[in-house]
Design a protein around this ligand. Structure first.
Ligand SMILES: *Cc1c(COP(=O)(O)O)cnc(C)c1O
Length: 349
């Protein structure tokens, strides 16, 4: 899929090969925790030895040896050896944030985008061609639902069947083998707060050669879809990850082969549609990521206290942290330890 840019791998951390986790069970467990994974990410210092990375505010880069230019365009020299072409392709400060996102989700690589919707549309356009088919949960963020219902069929002849993601038979029957390329759902859905059985859904999709894409916007740290088997995790960083409702941003986390194919100079959706992130935004966000775990714990704690109080007052609350939520047991069984059940609850008026 990645073609020539394979050598150009935007890998999370060259010092930590993928098989390290299997070597020792203890190490494996540490790497499974997203906060520990953050601590393991390669830390880049600033240009003058600063404790934070410098902001690489340039869109284009100098190439000191003319012969290197053709090697860069051939994909032989890439970001892993500090060769950057152009910031729509990849910027060092954006790569630094992308490493953190890959660590958060336990994927080989990640790429940060200008919005959650651009992350979602780019990855779907990379995985599907005209005539292909997607099976998606009918309980989705409104923008994603509109993309699948209206935009993709009209502009790209990519069609979607919507299913009740809790009905595993329905999911299986909706998959048209060969034609269905993607199974798409949200880990915890916005706004209905349905929890997806990520393990079971991945099993079904993979038995039919279908790629699983999970939107984990509502459950960063709480759930790790890729650690449970999903191929690709997408985020709207605009919500919990940014944490202050001040930045629109997104990310695609997945295998290095996919991320590289999305950056391909001739066929990559990220490179050619151009939804790249600005380096200054990437720097700002990279300062907030190390505290995400602490924030999620407090969000979850407060939401549970609030939902419990409201329930006692006789108000009907939908919150997956409450035992009366139909997916409470499922979420408890899939969730990472100590991050609770998320910060979102719905009130039925
Ligand atoms: C907000 C949101 C999006 C879209 O993200 P933007 O950053 O606003 O483009 C996608 N999925 C979910 C679950 C969301 O909540």
């Amino acid at each position: 899929m990645a073609g020539k840019s394979e050598q150009n791998a935007v890998v999370l951390d060259k010092q930590r090969p993928a098989n390290v986790a299997q070597k020792s069970m203890k190490h494996h467990l540490i790497l499974e925790d997203p906060a520990a994974a953050f601590a393991n990410v390669r830390h880049e210092f600033g240009e003058h030895g600063g404790v934070n990375m410098s902001i690489e505010a340039s869109i284009t880069f100098t190439v000191m040896e003319p012969e290197n230019l053709s090697r860069m365009f051939a994909g032989e020299l890439g970001p892993d050896r500090d060769f950057f072409i152009y910031s729509r392709h990849l910027n060092p400060t954006v790569l630094n944030l992308s490493r953190l996102l890959a660590a958060l989700e336990g994927t080989e690589a990640a790429y940060c985008t200008s919005s959650g919707m651009s992350a979602i549309s780019s990855v779907l356009l990379q995985l599907c061609s005209s005539g292909d088919h997607i099976v998606a949960s009918r309980s989705l963020y409104g923008g994603t639902y509109a993309l699948l219902t209206h935009f993709l069929p009209k502009a790209c002849n990519i069609t979607t069947s919507f299913v009740d993601i809790r009905d595993l038979n329905m999911v299986e029957e909706a998959i048209a083998e060969g034609r269905t390329k993607v199974l798409y759902f949200e880990s915890i859905s916005n706004p209905t707060l349905m929890v997806s059985d990520i393990l079971a859904l991945c099993r079904i999709a993979h038995s039919k050669g279908v790629t699983v894409v999970v939107d984990n916007t509502f459950a960063p740290m709480v759930l790790s879809p890729a650690r449970l088997g999903a191929d690709v995790v997408v985020h709207s960083i605009s919500k919990y990850i940014s944490g202050a409702a001040d930045v629109i941003a997104g990310a695609v986390c997945g295998p290095a082969s996919l991320i590289n194919s999305m950056m391909d100079l001739r066929e990559g959706a990220l490179m050619l549609l151009g939804p790249t992130m600005n380096a200054k935004i990437a720097f700002e966000l990279s300062e907030r990521l190390p505290h995400l775990g602490l924030r999620m714990k407090v969000h979850s704690n407060r939401a549970l206290v609030f939902a419990t109080r409201m329930t006692k007052l006789g108000i009907k609350v939908i919150y997956p942290g409450l035992e009366n939520h139909p997916d409470h047991g499922l979420l408890k069984s899939l969730a990472n330890k100590d991050y609770g059940y998320g910060g979102n609850g719905d009130f039925v008026c």
